[in-house]
Design a protein around this ligand. Structure first.
Ligand code: SAH
Length: 258
């Protein structure tokens, strides 16, 4: 890689971090949906250990913390997100039992059998659904739960434009029955599955994103990288509005029973 490319690449990376730092969440979801998923988890006490993998700035982690007891570790690759996460935890008075740490979901700093619950909204795709399910299982206690959201196809067939988009972005996207089979094969009992309602995308993700897009265009006026980045964000939103019958995010809650 030439130095010139490296500079552009690093700028992209910092830019994307800065962009998403301005948002409460970095993916589709909502407090209502987080609590709905939590409703299927029945084993939590003051002694519980919870990990939120790919926690971002901790939107969903703080919701979880306010409705559970026990200790929660949020883990994310990006230090800027973790700084914001820990600031949010302090602001809410949760700092004694909610801690953000920098780390990677493919090399977790937990003991085998340590965790009662693994949470991960809109993030398992970073290492892949099957790989995450398989590799994370050892960190759970028997009787522990995993709750993740993942993009899913709603039909067996779909228009070529949206099919191509996803094959390029994340070819592991699959139909819900196939994803449930993967949960079963990875050694969990599938406990619940539900589709995230549209407002998790529109109201809780795209609307705040548009506000940051406008702010960015203003702040970085004339910057081609920023303009291209913002164009891609709008394109993603357009595709969702056009093809939301065919795909969406799904919450999967599963239990390690042996
Ligand atoms: N759970 C948050 C953030 C989802 S966005 C929410 O729902 O709002 C996906 C997150 O995964 C980002 O914060 C990104 O920094 C993080 N991430 C990407 N690769 C990662 C890795 N290898 N390990 C840990 N986190 C990672």
């Amino acid at each position: 890689m030439s130095n010139e490319n490296k500079t552009i690449h690093e700028f992209d990376f910092n830019l994307i971090c800065e962009f998403f730092s301005n948002m409460k969440r970095q993916g589709p979801g909502s407090p209502e949906v987080t609590l709905k998923a939590l409703g299927f988890v029945d084993n939590l006490t003051e002694q519980s250990r919870v990990a939120d993998l790919g926690c971002g700035t901790g939107g969903q982690t703080m919701t979880l913390a306010q409705h559970t007891r026990g200790k929660i570790t949020g883990l994310d690759l990006f230090p800027d997100f973790i700084n914001i996460f820990n600031r949010n935890a302090r602001r809410l008075g949760l700092q004694d039992r909610v801690k953000g740490i920098v780390g990677s979901m493919d090399n977790l700093p937990f003991q085998h059998g340590e965790l009662d619950l693994i949470w991960s909204e809109g993030a398992i795709y970073n290492i892949g659904f099957e790989r995450g399910l398989n590799e994370w299982r050892k960190y759970l206690k028997t009787g522990g739960y995993i709750a993740v959201t993942e993009s899913s196809w709603f039909t067996d067939e779909r228009p070529v434009e949206i099919n191509n988009f996803w094959m390029n972005a994340y070819p592991e996207i699959d139909t819900i029955p196939h994803q449930i089979a993967k949960i079963h094969e990875a050694g969990y009992l599938p406990v619940a599955t539900f589709v995230l309602p549209e407002n998790c995308w529109t109201e809780h993700y795209f609307a705040p994103k548009v506000a940051v897009q406008e702010m960015f265009l203003d702040k970085y006026a004339g910057n081609k990288t920023v303009e291209e980045f913002v164009r891609l964000q709008y394109h993603e939103e357009e595709l969702y509005r056009k093809y939301k019958k065919f795909y969406g995010y799904v919450f999967f809650i599963a239990k390690k029973i042996e």
